[in-house]
Design a protein around this ligand. Structure first.
Ligand SMILES: Nc1ncnc2c1ncn2[C@@H]1O[C@H](COP(=O)(O)OP(=O)(O)OP(=O)(O)O)[C@@H](O)[C@H]1O
Length: 349
């Protein structure tokens, strides 16, 4: 559906019809405490009885409400068409490093694979994720190009489906609309047309709570979540509810969530996952790691058999560190025999 058709619909259809076509619109109105609008009226009619000052309290004008509804319907349309693109593999073709030298190599990632992106601070890890996110075609500072299933994505795929193909969970996740977690997840589940919405949102909620260091309630507001809780919720949401076949995650390790479980969860869902990280546990959990140096891909290393067996040791030590972290958070003291705790005789925090 074209933009002009959507615009016309927003202004001529009854609200009830708009809610049916795009459930996120109902949740948009819940978010500004207008749950009881008359569904037999059009948008203009329904908003007639609402004072401008009321809308201003939410930082909205009538025009902005109509623009938001158009965007929600367009997002819904793109999401539904995005489901038709089956991504089997993604290829990064080499570009230039920060000095303008050709990159050593490109690489291809297949469905179900996890790739860690590693490298010193400022080397260009986020830039690589950014190139993937916008499906770059030699039009970013790195001049890399991204292929989907071995082909250059066409413009429709790039500009319209790009956002639907790819979920990006960046370091700073802020929620702007104050919905409860239940409403937020319901909105996502409905806009992604999943079946058994209540069961699925319960699954996301339980999973997010397992990932998060600090438990939270289904009826708390999303704006009250801490940074780590928000990331846990978004990771569970991306894994369980999202149709996006490609997930990009920036520095999960700083979020204070259970990284081991988060990676396992994403790996189970047959997605292509890129993790930018400085963390050996995450790097070795991936199938391979792309090493970035001076803005360019320097090496692509498969995780070796030896590294996989070393991962078990890193996980064991990491669980001990998590135990210490938990103890510190709960106000405990770490004045027991640390040598014994780490190297041998059973100790406990
Ligand atoms: N190949 C390149 N050509 C030109 N500029 C680049 C290239 N790669 C990265 N940059 C630029 O270098 C800067 C640092 O890159 P980026 O933020 O991606 O680093 P990072 O590895 O993610 O850092 P951190 O670990 O601190 O998050 C950015 O401004 C980015 O656009």
């Amino acid at each position: 559906m074209e933009h002009s058709q959507i615009l016309k619909m927003i202004h001529t259809q009854k609200l009830g019809r708009l809610f049916e076509l795009c459930p996120a619109i109902r949740l948009f109105f819940s978010g500004i405490r207008l749950e009881r609008l008359d569904t037999e009226e059009t948008l203009e009619e329904a908003l007639q009885g609402i004072a401008d000052e009321y809308l201003e309290d939410f930082g909205l004008t009538r025009g902005e409400i109509s623009d938001s509804l158009v965007r929600l319907m367009e997002k819904d349309r793109d999401e539904k068409s995005g489901e038709q693109v089956a991504v089997r593999e993604l290829t990064v073709l080499p570009g230039l490093d920060k000095s303008g030298n050709a990159e050593q190599s490109g690489f291809t990632v297949r469905r179900g694979e996890i790739v860690a992106v590693v490298g010193p601070t400022g080397s260009g890890k986020s830039r690589l994720l950014g190139d993937i996110e916008c499906l770059a075609q030699s039009d970013t500072p790195t001049e890399r190009s991204i292929l989907i299933n071995g082909e250059i994505p066409d413009d429709a795929c790039r500009f319209s489906l790009g956002g639907r193909l790819i979920s990006q969970l960046s370091q700073n996740m802020n929620f702007v609309i104050d919905l409860s977690i239940r409403d937020f997840l319901t909105m996502h589940a409905q806009s992604r047309m999943v079946e058994r919405v209540d069961d699925r949102i319960e699954e996301v909620f339980l999973c997010a709570n397992r990932l998060s260091g600090e438990p939270f309630q289904m009826d708390s507001g999303v704006t009250q979540l801490s940074g780590g809780q928000s990331r846990a919720l978004m990771i569970a949401d991306a894994a369980i509810l999202s149709n996006s076949p490609i997930v990009l995650i920036d520095e999960i390790e700083n979020a204070g969530i259970d990284r081991e479980q988060a990676v396992r969860l994403l790996a189970e869902r047959e997605k292509i996952v890129f993790l930018s990280t400085h963390d050996p546990l995450l790097a070795l959990s991936a199938d391979r790691r792309v090493v970035i140096r001076n803005g360019g891909v320097y090496r692509v290393l498969e995780t070796s058999r030896r590294e996989r067996s070393n991962l078990a040791v890193i996980e064991r030590e990491d669980r001990k560190l998590m135990e210490l972290r938990r103890s510190i958070r709960l106000g405990g003291r770490l004045d027991f025999d640390m040598e014994a705790f780490f190297h041998g005789v059973q100790g406990s925090a």
